[in-house]
Design a protein around this ligand. Structure first.
Ligand SMILES: [Zn+2]
Length: 203
């Protein structure tokens, strides 16, 4: 999705997103389907809360993550070594079960001419994580966005995450993490650069 897809929600006088009736009804239906009574006291306001929580979980649809890389610094003082942001925590949701994916990402690039403020890499990650995702695509999208916008010598993204759909249902394997990586440019082509970045990331 791009920034022109309208995921922006109408806000009520309390500053919170307005939840349309059909959305609240859908969540009530799901509560019933799960086996509970959506009219009991504890669940009365749950449909609204769930709907608003999902606006937050999926905030990424309302933004184009590449905007975070539009302001670059060209004066890098001859610095041409790799830049690494390690173990950035994130939360996403899997597109197959809408279950949480929680994990950490390490993002590195080898600048050519341009660098960005280091917090911007985390913003790019969040822009893609706050959508319905699969871990492989999330990893690839973050790498590609940096590659396209900074045009560096190389990009490396490694994501390690746990999937709620594996830990809480199905095979129920808590503690099992899945690791995905995407290497581009020098990190893909040059054995020494790849070794360096992976060891700095702790792999
Ligand atoms: Zn899943």
């Amino acid at each position: 999705m791009t920034s022109d897809s309208t995921a922006t929600k109408t806000l009520g006088p309390d500053g919170k997103p307005v939840v349309p009736d059909h959305v609240a009804d859908a969540i009530r239906t799901l509560i019933e389907w799960a086996g509970d009574d959506p009219t009991r006291e504890g669940l009365i306001d749950t449909p609204k809360r769930v709907a608003r929580a999902w606006v937050e979980y999926c905030q990424g649809y309302a933004e184009d993550p590449s905007v975070h890389l539009s302001r670059t610094f060209e004066e890098v003082g001859g610095y041409d070594e790799l830049v690494l942001l390690k173990d950035i925590p994130f939360q996403s949701h899997c597109e197959h079960h809408m279950a949480p994916i929680t994990g950490k990402a390490s993002i590195a690039y080898m600048p050519k001419n341009r660098v960005v403020g280091i917090s911007k890499l985390a913003r790019v990650l969040n822009g893609y994580a706050r959508r319905l995702q699969v871990q492989e695509r999330l990893t690839a999208e973050v790498a590609q966005c940096i590659w396209d916008n900074l045009q560096p010598h190389g990009v490396a993204v490694v994501i390690e995450a746990q999937h709620g759909c594996m830990t809480g249902r199905g095979v129920r394997t808590p503690g099992v993490g899945m690791v995905t990586s995407r290497l581009l440019g020098c990190f893909l082509d040059d054995h020494r650069s790849r070794k360096e970045v992976m060891s700095l990331m702790g792999y």
